[in-house]
Design a protein around this ligand. Structure first.
Ligand code: MOS
Length: 722
């Protein structure tokens, strides 16, 4: 008998909002019809460091349709702005146009507001700036002397790393480099802002509605209740839309100044300069192990850059603290202020980059120890998080590795690098482990039940966002499970600050948080209806209970949040990635032939949308490994890669056949529904897995991303490779 997949979680149903999207009916931030709309276009600086000495707006002002030009001279003075801000990475204030200083190439130095988008764009190109220019700090190497310890918690140690290295039979010390990357979700960052006597309404492409609401209120010194932010659909974010960026502030400011609604869309070109980036990291890893493979020491030192006016660090060493059992461990992070925009969280911030270094080093050690890299990792498993001494709520890393090895055909991996051939191709297999925190957070939801004839319709409201991940679908499935009605009887309404508060989408917390919030609301509704009707939900169902209680309309709210058990444990998702690459012997051109990602992330609410998350992560990880890199022009500090013609991402020819296995698991310590996150786990293990496969194919160890054919062809084989 077929099981009914229309009720409950765990079923691979199609996206409930899918039809709206393919029909073009799902509205994104810049698509809302707002009357009397004006358009704003940001103007970008053409120097990386210095001061504006003169601005000539005369030519631009003469243009048809131009309404107003904003610069630091006539911009609103914003709260909290000081010359060089102290660390505000946890704050969401985004000062803009506050003085004549320029901190990086492409920083907003002005804004043209016009009747049409094209008029604003053209006029923006006519505003002339004169600068007093200083030599910018844009060179990574010559900035080393300025490295400092961030104010944010950055260092960690246990045991004694020197002693651990001394006790080891085999040691390794290597550096791994990852370049600047950019997020580039399909939907451009955008806002339509309407300022109305101190009330603000904004359609804005944001991952966290509450954060954007607070930012606008705080920046303009108005009450939060007077700000409404709306984002029913968000076309991807990857971290770049976690906080409100400067265009949000500029959009609101522009509307306030001209007394009309203003749309501001960040162009694809500006997405490189005005929506943050993933910083370049230089990571030094030290590993020590006994000849039986047990780790004696592991250290991870990261050097990266931040801007000259804000601090942000990506915690690359987080993963090294907790993934393997070792008594001696040290993690440090250092930052160099540079004339580049402030970096910010990009999918698995810290884990994706940190795991490339750690899991490459683990592979290098396995080679030195003459151990299988799967066995080496399995040997160093721990069920207690050594960085917090808390037990993991569940940790199936070894299962991911062993099941993955079996399914992938790991036994066919050549023991010696460079020994497996297919025609002119060298074939190699790689593996990498992965972990990513599963930070479930306090979430509220409202359920509205309507009885029509004998049929119930339920509406769930929460300020959660669906950034393409499937939030609508899993929330509908959750409500369906707890109300025991079909998904087709449920409407989910998201992305409005008028709805109950959630943590929004980010950090792999969305699914667990949203679902448990929706569950809490539905459970409260059922309990209240049982009381009112005197019936039991299990026997009667909601419709009968509402009839018995004489109710045509009934509402309930609920809130879920982490409990004491959650706090007593270390809660992470785990995974393993297996990759087969083929490398052309003569040209260094390579193909990712197949990839298997095994994921242990608690209960899977919808295998179809979760699968999409993991293969998306694999594709993004492949981008990190073989293609993506933002290049800084060495004299002026502009980015050379300013479009998709230059900023490369993998295409189908680069990679094929990605498969995913979700280990059956419900982690009831993580939360009542047993859910952990999937959003960031997928990307985490991919870069090292690819680099390790390339080593297995060629005997060449690639420690600088992205790995390109030209780098590969000139690289030397590792000492000891035949
Ligand atoms: Mo994520 S980098 O927290 O959107």
């Amino acid at each position: 008998m077929d099981t009914d997949i229309s009720i409950g979680t765990g079923n691979p149903i199609d996206r409930v909002e899918g039809r709206l999207k393919v029909m073009g009916l799902a509205k994104y931030a810049s698509e809302f019809n707002v009357k009397n709309l004006a358009y704003a276009q940001g103007i970008n600086s053409t120097i990386a460091k210095g001061t504006i000495t003169a601005i000539d707006t005369s030519e631009a002002e003469k243009q048809k349709g131009v309404i107003k030009i904003l610069t630091y001279k006539n911009a609103d003075k914003l709260k909290h702005y000081e010359e060089e801000l102290p660390a505000i990475s946890t704050s969401s204030i985004q000062p803009v146009l506050q003085n004549a200083d320029v901190h990086y190439y492409g920083e907003y130095v002005g804004l043209v507001i016009a009747e049409t988008f094209e008029q604003a764009q053209y006029a923006a190109s006519l505003v002339k700036y004169t600068y007093s220019e200083k030599k910018p700090d844009i060179d990574f190497d010559s900035s080393r002397g300025k490295a400092y310890k961030p104010t944010e918690k950055s260092d960690y140690s246990r045991g004694n790393i020197m002693q651990g290295m001394a006790e080891a039979d085999v040691t390794l010390e290597q550096r791994y480099n990852t370049p600047i990357e950019h997020h580039h979700p399909m939907e451009l960052h955008a806002i339509i802002a309407s300022w109305n006597n101190g009330d603000v309404q904004a359609y804005a492409s944001q991952q966290i509605i509450d954060d954007a609401t607070i930012t606008i209120a705080d920046t303009f010194q108005i009450e939060k209740k007077n700000v409404r932010v709306i984002a029913p659909f968000v076309g991807g974010g990857f971290g770049s839309k976690l906080h409100a960026k400067q265009h949000v502030i500029l959009g609101v400011m522009a509307s306030k100044q001209i007394g009309r609604p203003v749309q501001m869309t960040v162009t694809r070109n500006q997405m490189f300069t005005n929506t943050n980036l993933r910083q370049r990291n230089e990571q030094k890893i030290q590993v020590g192990a006994k000849s039986d493979g047990s780790l004696t020491a592991l250290s991870h030192d990261t050097l990266s850059h931040t801007s000259t006016y804000e601090e942000f660090q990506e915690s690359c060493g987080t993963v090294t603290k907790m993934l393997y059992k070792t008594p001696n461990n040290k993690v440090t992070h250092r930052l160099m202020p540079m004339n580049l925009q402030t970096p910010f969280a990009m999918r698995a911030p810290g884990e994706a980059t940190g795991s490339f270094a750690l899991e490459s080093a683990m592979d290098e050690m396995a080679w030195k120890l003459k151990m299988d890299p799967v066995d080496f990792r399995v040997k160093n498993d721990t069920q207690v998080d050594p960085s917090s001494d808390k037990p993991f709520s569940s940790r199936l890393l070894n299962e991911c590795l062993k099941i993955g090895a079996e399914e992938f055909g790991w036994k066919n991996r050549p023991q010696e690098p460079g020994t497996k051939e297919e025609g002119n191709w060298l074939v190699g297999y790689g593996v990498s482990g992965a972990s990513r925190r599963a930070p479930y957070q306090k979430t509220s939801a409202k359920v509205i039940l309507e009885l029509k004839d004998t049929k119930v319709r339920a509406t769930i409201q929460m300020d959660a966002t669906d950034i393409g991940t499937g939030s609508y679908t899993i929330i509908a499935q959750t409500a369906s499970e707890y109300l025991n009605i079909s998904v087709s009887q449920i409407d989910v309404e998201l992305g409005d600050s008028d709805f109950p508060k959630t943590p929004g989408s980010g950090g792999s917390w969305g699914a667990a948080s949203f679902s448990n919030g929706a569950r809490a609301a539905c459970e409260n509704a059922i309990t209240a209806l049982e009381e009112k009707s005197g019936l039991k939900a299990a026997d009667a169902g909601i419709a009968k209970m509402m009839q018995a209680g004489n109710l045509n309309l009934f509402e309930a709210e609920g809130t879920a949040e982490p409990d004491e058990e959650f706090k007593k444990h270390s809660v992470f998702s785990f995974g393993a990635n297996f990759t087969e690459v083929w490398v052309d012997k003569d040209t260094g051109v390579f193909r990712i032939k197949r990839m298997l990602n095994v994921a242990s992330c608690g209960k899977i609410l919808n295998p179809k949308t979760a699968f999409g998350q993991i293969i998306g992560g694999c594709a993004m990880g492949a981008g990190m490994a073989i293609a993506e890199q933002t290049k800084v022009e060495p004299n002026y500090g502009n980015f050379i890669t300013r479009s998709f013609a230059d900023y490369h991402v993998p295409v189908n020819l680069d990679m094929a056949n990605i498969d995913v296995i979700f280990l059956p698991e419900e982690d009831k310590i993580a939360n009542k529904m047993g859910i952990k996150g999937v959003g960031e786990l997928g990307i985490t293990s991919v870069a090292a897995s690819i680099a390790n496969a390339i080593f297995n194919a060629t005997g060449k160890r690639m420690r600088d991303l992205p790995i390109t054919p030209e780098k590969l062809i000139v690289a030397q084989k590792e000492p000891g490779v035949a």
